[in-house]
Design a binder for this molecule. Sequence first.
Ligand code: HEM
Length: 432
Amino acid sequence: MTQRSSGETSDDGSSEEAPRGFSRRAFFAGAVSSAAAGAAAGVVATGLSGAAASGTGPAAVAAADEVYPFYGAHQAGIATPPQDHLVFMVFDVTTTSASELQVMLAKWSAAIAQYTQGLAVGSVEPDRAQAVPGDTGEAAGMGANQLTVTVGFAPSMFDGRFGWAKYKPAALKDLPAFASDALTPAFTGGDICVQACASDPQVAYHAIRNLARMARTTATTRWTVQGFGRASRGTGQTTPRNLMGFKDGTRNISSDDDFAQQVWVGADSDQSWMTGGSYLVARKIHMLIETWDSDGIGDQHAVFGRTKAEGAPLSGTGEFDTPDFAVKAADGTPVIPVNAHVALAAHENNNGTKILRRGYNFTDGIDSVGRLDAGLMFISYQKDPAQFSQLQSKLGANDRLNEYIRHVGSGVFAVPPGLSAAGDYFGKALFA
Ligand code: HEM
């Protein structure tokens, strides 16, 4: 790789321009092995574009200008209150070279640090006519828009290709088959997931598109879902609705205790590199919208065990009333049916097991016979994927909701902790 003069860009979208407040030297100091650093130094540089200044606007911070910190103990995009839009992409790593993978992850990490600040990587409009723009440009001038980009590694990354086998956490294994699974290879598996969430869909898409572009000689896209509305409640948020019209996320995890007990991998992990991380389970769930839309409201209530308008448990009247699964109707049957979604999923009926749900509504338009093709991109975070499996074993077998949904896609990923500072990068500990 030849060194280029200042401002010159390569066709992979990198640039030699140095951005304000960002030191390439600091990023690479000790960040990657010397071979990888040499390769990366030739192709990774972050530069301001027309979009750059937009992340630091007037003092009043609107969603468009709001920046979530990238560096920290945990990756952003987990405890972060869900933004309105999602682009979820799973990649297959095509290189078998550990150092090429290392460079890719280092480039991604540096790029994500920029994108989440509302900055670009490389120039949108380089000076030289022959230079390919470093940044694709569609987010220029749009601001950070609360962008978070969260990265996770699938079990397949630890199969020995990159020398990672010794770092495989015991908890990271492919999910078991569940009753009523209807998984299709088109939306299942893959090596690395990237979850981009933002208050603007184009900003989220821009981040994923440019990461894919940077990875083009080392990884290919495998499957993706674009979510257009959050379907889960984060701390301090009102409860949104899923495409079945029900409030979703009412009893989601929000307390620090629950995050510590149920979401973050602790220091007792068998793999210290995962401490502060979490596990992401992705399930693309198709809804049989036409069938659901012809179902009576009484059955809809029984399916979830909650009312539609208020979102109250059938044992109470207010959304935040605690469900009481012991309350019986006059005929002696439980007011919340035993096969209602919340009865099967509630922590009271699962030995205290909880998960953080962070799902999004999606639509893929219409299917080949004109039916609405839409559903829930279910994403959950937990300190052990076994928490998800415990719940889904019950739901897959007995959930009254199963008549109206199909799980068509699936993936499980180890999400490492947050990066400490410039120079740190996803997977760094795994190249030791
Ligand atoms: C299309 C699929 C799904 C839909 C439409 C759906 C919808 C809902 C709704 C409306 C609620 C009640 C409000 C709330 O507390 O959030 C709920 C609760 C819940 N769901 Fe789902 N859900 C789906 C899939 C899943 C899956 C796959 C899991 C996990 C395996 C899951 C786990 C839970 C949990 C743990 C609760 C809280 C139960 C409680 O504590 O009361 N859901 N879901």
